[in-house]
Each structure stands twice: as structure tokens, then as C-alpha cells.
Design a protein around this ligand. Structure first.
Ligand code: ATR
Length: 273
């Protein structure tokens, strides 16, 4: 039985053990997946101990994704660009490989599960923190017409746009510049949904051809999705599908098997209801 875990602080509410247990069952993989709490400043110590005791891979959640990037001996290009690691895998030679599966998780949820191509579309991303930096590379790799990043603190959006400029058409704007503009896909990557807030988007941002996507998942509609619904957005989605898809990519990296995701997502939706 190979051992895996998710490290975080807090970690108690993580759905990852449930998700990976389901993947393992569906793919007949003999693994154990647990939760690992690490004190602030104790990530490297906790991770090293886990691997020293025979652990094969770790998922890393807040606030340790930067620490995990520093711990990794080798990085995927997308983890390097994201400047964050959410998946560590023990290599045969004992070194640690660091990857970031958040962006591909978002893209697969939109393109495969929701069946909405990103290629050629105009995409608006709200927020310019770690969550947004983590997904921009895979988003741009889909070939959207343009990605617009809106943030309260404009300079942070500008820094991200500059960082990813070579990978596609990216622009940075303030919320006040969104008035009168329309996008095919609007993704909320701010932390507002966690505190029940709404980012300061103008009225009339959504239309029947807009996908409104909140990277946060929740039981009911987040304030962002409520606004989108009130403005008759064509489709609403929260981040549950992304959560399961990023886990699936981690599972594939570790086990070399691509797990099916639909059953797990439906089960989780029931658990959360
Ligand atoms: P994360 O790693 O989850 O992205 P973060 O780095 O703290 O967390 O970033 C939080 C994001 O949510 C930022 O883009 C933040 O905007 P600022 O950069 O201007 O702070 C955004 N955010 C948080 N609360 C917000 C609010 N009430 N309105 C608009 N944006 C908000």
C-alpha cells in the first residue's frame, strides 16, 4: 500500500482523502491517503518526515504552496510559472518532483465537463492573488482570444499580466474599466466568496452567452454566482469540478492512471448538499 497525504493548515475540512479514495477504488489502486496538519513554518519538516517514512506523494494546500515549490528538487514548467506547487511526487532516485495541477483542473472542468471551449474566447479573470497565478498558464495554453485580469490592486494584475505575457494575449485592468465590456467566460479567482463578499464588478457584465465560473465551491450560490444568475448568465459553475479535476491530475502523476471524475463529483455534490 503506497501512502499519500494532503498537507495544509487548516486541513481538517479537506475533501482530498475522500476524492482519492474514490479514485483508488474506481481504478483498483492500492493506496492510503491521509490528512497531514503542519504548523506554520513547519511545512518542510513535515513533508520530509512524511517521505522519510515511506510516503510517495503529497498534495499541498494553503498556505504551503510556496514552501512546496522551494522544497521540490525538480519543477514542471507550469509549477514554475505558477510559482506554486500543489503536488509533490517522490522520484525513483529519491528527489522530489513538484507540479501544479490547479490550472489544468480548471481548464478540464470548463472544456471537458461543462463542454465549453476556451479557444478563441474572451476570458475575464477576477483577482490577482496566488489562485489566479496558479491557473493562468494552462488557461492561456487553451488559446483564448484574450485574458483580461481585473483586480482591486491594479499593480498586482499588471505584474501577473507581465509574467505571462509570452504565453498569450493578457491585459490588466481595474474594476472601473469593466463597465460596458462583455466576456464569454468570467472566472472569479478572488477570495471574496470565502467571506461572502462580491468583487466590485459593474452591473451588466453577464449575458446569455456568458459562463460565470467561481473557483470557490459552496453549498448554495456564492454572491458572485448570485449576481451572474440575476443577470441571466448562460451558465453558472462553482469550483467543485475544478477541485476534483486537479485531484485527478495529481492521481495521474502519482499512479500513471487517469481516474474517471464524474461519479466522484456527483458524490461530493451530495455530501456537500
Ligand atoms: P489567493 O491565494 O486565494 O488568491 P490572495 O493572494 O490573498 O489569495 O488574493 C486574494 C485576491 O482576492 C486578491 O486578488 C484580492 O484583491 P487585492 O489584490 O486587491 O487585495 C482579492 N480580493 C479579496 N477581497 C476582495 C474584495 N472584497 N473585493 C475585491 N477583491 C478582493
Amino acid at each position: 500500500t503506497d501512502r499519500y497525504a494532503v498537507v495544509g493548515n487548516p486541513v481538517a475540512h479537506s475533501q482530498s482523502p475522500f476524492i482519492h479514495a474514490e479514485f483508488a477504488r474506481e481504478c483498483a489502486q492500492d493506496i492510503r491517503y491521509e490528512k497531514l496538519f503542519a504548523g506554520l513554518g513547519q511545512f518542510a519538516e513535515a513533508a520530509r518526515a512524511f517521505f522519510a517514512e515511506g510516503g510517495k506523494g503529497l498534495n499541498v494546500t494553503l498556505p504551503f504552496k510556496g514552501d512546496a515549490r522551494r522544497l521540490a528538487d525538480e519543477l514542471s514548467e507550469r509549477a514554475r510559472m505558477a510559482d506554486a506547487v500543489n503536488t509533490l511526487a517522490l522520484l525513483p532516485d529519491g528527489r522530489l518532483y513538484g507540479d501544479n495541477t490547479d490550472g489544468i483542473g480548471l481548464v478540464r472542468d470548463i472544456v471537458d465537463n461543462l463542454d465549453i471551449p476556451i479557444s478563441g474566447k474572451s476570458v475575464l479573470v477576477l483577482g490577482a492573488g496566488g489562485a489566479v497565478r496558479g491557473v493562468l498558464g494552462p488557461l492561456l495554453a487553451e488559446g483564448p482570444a484574450r485574458v483580461t485580469i481585473a483586480n482591486r490592486t491594479l499593480i498586482k494584475a499588471e505584474a501577473i499580466a507581465h509574467h505571462f505575457a509570452a504565453q498569450g494575449k493578457v491585459e490588466a485592468v481595474g474594476y472601473d474599466e469593466l463597465a460596458g465590456r462583455h466576456f464569454d467566460i468570467v472566472i472569479n479567482g478572488t477570495s471574496t466568496s470565502l467571506s461572502g463578499e462580491l468583487p466590485p464588478i459593474p452591473h451588466g457584465l453577464f449575458s446569455a452567452r456568458t459562463l460565470a465560473y467561481d473557483m470557490v465551491y459552496s453549498k448554495g450560490l456564492t454572491p458572485f454566482l448570485q449576481r451572474a444568475q440575476a443577470e441571466n448568465a448562460g451558465m453558472l459553475a462553482d469550483g467543485l469540478g475544478m477541485l476534483v479535476e486537479q485531484a485527478a491530475e495529481s492521481f495521474r502523476i502519482w499512479r500513471g492512471v487517469q481516474p474517471p471524475t464524474r461519479t466522484v463529483t456527483n458524490l461530493l455534490r451530495e455530501v456537500l448538499a
